[in-house]
Design a protein around this ligand. Structure first.
Ligand code: CA
Ligand code: CA
Ligand code: CA
Length: 456
């Protein structure tokens, strides 16, 4: 049950890749919780009298003072199909290296009036190594008959700055929940979950709270838990055409903010699985996961949960490939290397048209490339340029949301088909990814319009 390696890559997939070494032992799992999957037709009361919470279907989290002992005990119980410790996921950062960024000239003719729109090289045409966002919105403007509807996107990350001026109106609101009254008004198991949940902050009943607001205190790049999640949020959904800041890729995305990834600790398998279950139950169609770890200690519950929510709730999980310049077909990283048909794993491209030097790759396990270097987006208190596959994944999540807003009847496999088949082929990406290409929103729209016309 112990880690086989002492080297970990960054949990948050910014492009920083120095590795931490980590000691092994009891701290590698949470001693207070285990996750079980019950056998069919079994009630949790037949398995344990300890306090438990139902995550989804037959999945339950059980609270205990001896996780290892409970796992040992339940693993031979015929009423339990699977039981797993709550593994932690090591966190680590490596420094950003702006000197390696390739900055081309500003976008000459952006569609949007936001002051930083000229810096959004990813929005430029495919001939300029962008993903045709400007071109796509110009097309939509010329075709007002194209109807769009809102799409919920869950950002499972470090939380987000709910007060950011360029994200106003973009956060999902749980209308059945009354804020701040200490009551779980919609009876979904979470008190005051108005914009999402915080699995890192738990009430005395050990339930995730609804407090997704930022931690107080100063906010610089690496010590601000808000920056990462706020940046990801802006790439997907920042307010377009409000003359400030940046523009998000999807005009229709509403963000469910889920705080699960600490910057100074480890996110755990149960928290990740709980985040996915919550997002799915609340109606998310896309989940962005800009995090991961290089070692799987033995747990497979996260992968199972991805499959479960895809089948039951039609949710696509978009995952950053990681930033250690490795082939993740052979050097596995999780959740990116899980063999799962319901995920899209994203490597990072540059404005120069090549794989970012830090980006992981793999002809089996990386699906597509998307812009991930010199990406300007919202952070607490302003805007910043970040590098990382953490920044590439939300480009895919944003395009996925945009396609779903026009084609809401697409199922997960069809949506994945649209994203991958419409990728713009790049010879150097062909041995590095499933699609062999770069994300493109205009091509994705055209592909969906041609191949799935009845899914509007
Ligand atoms: Ca609630
Ligand atoms: Ca309430
Ligand atoms: Ca804006």
């Amino acid at each position: 049950m112990q880690r086989k390696s002492s080297f970990f890559l960054s949990s948050l997939f910014l492009s920083l890749s120095f590795s931490f070494s980590s000691s092994v032992g009891a701290q590698d799992y949470d001693p207070s919780r285990v996750i079980v999957k019950l056998a069919p037709e079994v009630e949790i009361s037949e398995v344990t009298t300890l306090k438990s919470t139902r995550l989804l279907d037959e999945y339950y989290v059980i609270q205990t003072s001896d996780a290892a002992g409970l796992v040992k005990q339940l693993s031979s119980n015929p009423n339990v199909e699977k039981v797993s410790l709550n593994y932690k996921r090591s966190v680590g950062f490596a420094p950003q290296d702006p000197s390696k960024r390739f900055f081309k000239s500003l976008v000459s003719d952006p569609f949007f009036n936001d002051v930083r729109a000229t810096k959004l090289w990813a929005f430029d045409d495919k001939e300029e190594n962008g993903i045709d966002v400007n071109k796509y919105y110009a097309y939509l403007a010329a075709h007002p008959e194209i109807k769009k509807s809102p799409v919920l996107v869950a950002v499972v990350d470090t939380g987000a700055d709910l007060t950011h001026p360029d994200l106003q109106g973009k956060f999902w609101v749980n209308k059945k929940e009354v804020a701040g009254n200490g009551i779980d008004d919609d009876k979904n198991g979470y008190v005051d979950d108005v914009n999402g949940i915080n699995t890192l902050q738990r009430n005395p009943q050990n339930e995730a709270t609804g407090n997704v607001t930022l931690d107080p205190g100063p906010c610089t790049f690496l010590d601000c838990s808000a920056s990462h999640g706020t940046h990801v949020s802006g790439t997907i959904a920042a307010v377009q055409n409000n003359k400030i800041g940046v523009a998000g890729i999807s005009s229709e995305a509403k963000l469910i903010s889920i705080k699960t990834v600490p910057t100074d600790g480890d996110e755990t398998d149960i928290d990740v699985a709980e985040s996915y279950a919550y997002a799915a139950k609340m109606g998310a169609r896309v989940i962005n996961c800009s995090f991961g770890k290089a070692v799987n200690e033995g747990g497979n519950m996260v992968n199972e949960m991805i499959t479960t929510i895809a089948k039951k709730y039609n949710v696509l999980v978009v995952i950053a490939a990681g930033n250690s310049n490795q082939n993740i077909d052979t050097t596995l990283t999780y959740p990116a290397s899980y063999p799962n048909p319901y995920t899209v794993v994203v490597g990072a491209s540059t404005s120069g048209g090549s794989r970012a030097s830090f980006s992981n790759y793999g002809i089996k396990n990386v699906d597509i490339f998307a812009p991930g270097q010199g990406i300007v987006s919202s952070v607490k208190g302003g805007y910043q340029s970040f590098d990382g596959t953490s920044m590439a994944a939300p480009h895919v999540a944003g395009v996925a949301a945009e396609i779903l807003s026009v084609f809401p009847k697409l199922n997960v496999k069809e949506l994945k088909d649209v994203l991958l088949k419409s990728a713009v082929l790049v010879p150097s990406y062909e041995p590095l990814s499933v699609s062999g290409g770069l994300l493109n929103v205009m091509e994705a729209y055209n592909y969906a319009a041609k191949n799935y016309p009845n899914k509007r």
